[in-house]
Design a protein around this ligand. Structure first.
Ligand code: IMP
Length: 197
């Protein structure tokens, strides 16, 4: 079976193919499916945005489509930046400016607990939907540490590993990350779906 990934991110495509090829599932890019879809992420939950993206690409391509929506939820900020993680502080900021703003907004704050969330949704042309959610709990460090990863990785500290996400290898990060967990759950659900259909 072939799925289209509702994203322009080549790293996500490789990661998905790596995991899903074991089920005989091939994931292709929007370009390979002949579509270029811009979806406005108007939802207020990861589930809504993930579904919006997968549904739009499924409708444009006529093929089953998969999307993920993810972000960082900080308890002391009532769950912010949440679904707005990629846009925190406005469109003009880069990753470094965004995590600096987060540290600034938590200055003097002793409650540092947070979690990364990822929701993966797959929409089929017959109306079937499969979705999976993964969470990774952690704390926001007082200063950035590590060079790896992207986004908020340098300030997301995993107490059990005593390292930030940016200090982990990609394999170590995938083993505990929100996206790794959501993907594993998604793989199991897709496997069950394929057996029945
Ligand atoms: P999305 O691509 O719309 O799901 O936006 C996700 C945003 O959440 C990214 O731009 C990052 O700012 C943040 N994010 C999600 N997952 C991670 C991660 O694993 N590490 C660091 N930041 C992440």
């Amino acid at each position: 079976m072939k799925l289209v990934l509702a994203s322009k991110n080549k790293k996500k495509l490789a990661e998905l193919n790596d995991i899903l090829s074991r089920l005989g599932v091939q994931v292709c890019s929007e370009a390979e499916a002949g579509v270029d879809v811009e979806v406005e992420e108007t939802g207020t939950t990861f589930e809504e945005n993930s579904l919006l993206k997968a549904k739009a690409v499924m409708e444009a391509s006529g093929m089953p489509a998969i999307a993920d929506d993810s972000g960082l939820c900080v308890d002391a900020l009532n769950g912010a930046p949440g679904v707005y993680s990629a846009r925190y502080g406005g469109e003009g900021l880069d990753d470094t400016a965004r995590y600096r703003l987060l540290l600034e907004n938590l200055r003097g704050q002793m409650t540092r607990t947070a979690r990364f969330v990822s929701v993966i949704t797959c929409c089929f042309p017959n109306g079937d939907v499969i979705s999976a959610r993964g969470e990774c709990p952690g704390t926001i460090s007082y200063a950035p540490m590590g060079e790896g990863g992207f986004g908020y990785d340098p300030v997301f500290f995993v107490p059990g590993l005593k390292k930030t996400f940016a200090q982990l290898s990609p394999e170590e990060k995938n083993a505990v990350s929100h996206r790794g967990k959501a993907l594993e759950q998604f793989k199991t659900k897709l496997e069950e779906y394929l057996k029945k259909n």
